[in-house]
Unconditional design. Structure first.
Length: 269
């Protein structure tokens, strides 16, 4: 956790989007089994942007075996576009899609004797919720009723974060290791991140944890607060990125732990 002075963050969660395939099709060059050894929280695709029942079951089983906490990762109903294209719909319709997807993953979690630690919307849906107060509020209202102890993962500077805090719902701010930031503290959405340099990402993450700052695409330098570091399994070189981050954090004395071991849901009430 980090003090108000933005000093050293001595324990942090590492989360990654997992199970992002469909049948025989796979996105990215990383293997989920290898990645699972390096993270503390898994965002499991729930069938709309990626994932299918067999893969969801397999990913949950893999996370349980490695002691990784589970999160549902619902997205737009957009397999062809990997959930990174905006789909128009009312806020109620979109949240009903989320309810459907979270329910599916929760049943697989129950099957393996665990519960969901968090819910994190995916891709374009995540970005839309960040700027859409109505969607964020309806989503948080659903979470208060159906999963009051499950964390919501989101950007700190977002409508999602504000709605969760106003409702007293457990919420986790993310730092995006493999994405750039603009001067407002929002991530710059991209369809193709290329193959980032793992060492450069590790330095970026360590600086964010130690100094609470990150460089922006305009050359600025802004404050950033977070409890979890996110990277994407579909980013090329994802395993090397995760390994470099984890080794660098540990060498700086920063412990890796799931948010359920760092934060208590009742502190948000």
């Amino acid at each position: 956790m980090r003090g108000e002075d933005l000093g050293l963050l001595d324990v942090v969660d590492i989360n990654c989007d997992m199970g992002e395939a469909f049948g025989r099709w796979h996105v990215g060059d990383a293997d989920d089994t290898a990645l699972m050894t390096l993270i503390s929280s898994a965002n499991v695709a729930t069938g709309f942007h990626a994932g299918d029942p067999n893969l969801m079951n397999e990913t949950v089983e893999l996370a349980v075996r490695h002691g990784v906490e589970l999160g549902a990762h619902p997205g737009y109903n957009d397999l062809q576009g990997f959930g990174r294209r905006k789909i128009n719909g009312t806020a109620k319709e979109l949240v009903n899609d989320i309810v459907y997807q979270v329910g599916a993953l929760r049943e697989f979690a129950r099957r393996h004797g665990v519960r969901l630690q968090h819910v994190k919307p995916h891709g374009a849906l995540y970005m839309e919720m960040a700027v859409n107060p109505e969607l964020a509020q309806i989503f948080v209202t659903y979470m208060r009723a159906a999963a009051p102890d499950a964390f919501i993962f989101c950007m700190g500077n977002s409508a999602t974060h504000r709605a969760a805090l106003e409702a007293g719902h457990p919420v986790v701010r993310e730092f995006y290791a493999d994405r750039d930031y603009d001067d407002t503290g929002s991530i710059v959405f991209t369809r193709d991140a290329g193959r980032p340099d793992p060492a450069a990402i590790a330095r970026k993450v360590v600086r964010a944890c130690k100094d609470g700052r990150v460089k922006t695409v305009s050359g600025g330098d802004i404050e950033i607060q977070f409890e979890s570091i996110c990277f994407h399994s579909d980013t090329l070189g994802a395993f090397d990125i995760a390994l470099a981050m984890r080794e660098s954090l540990v060498s700086e004395g920063i412990r890796i732990a799931p948010v359920s071991k760092i934060l208590k849901p009742e502190t948000f009430q």
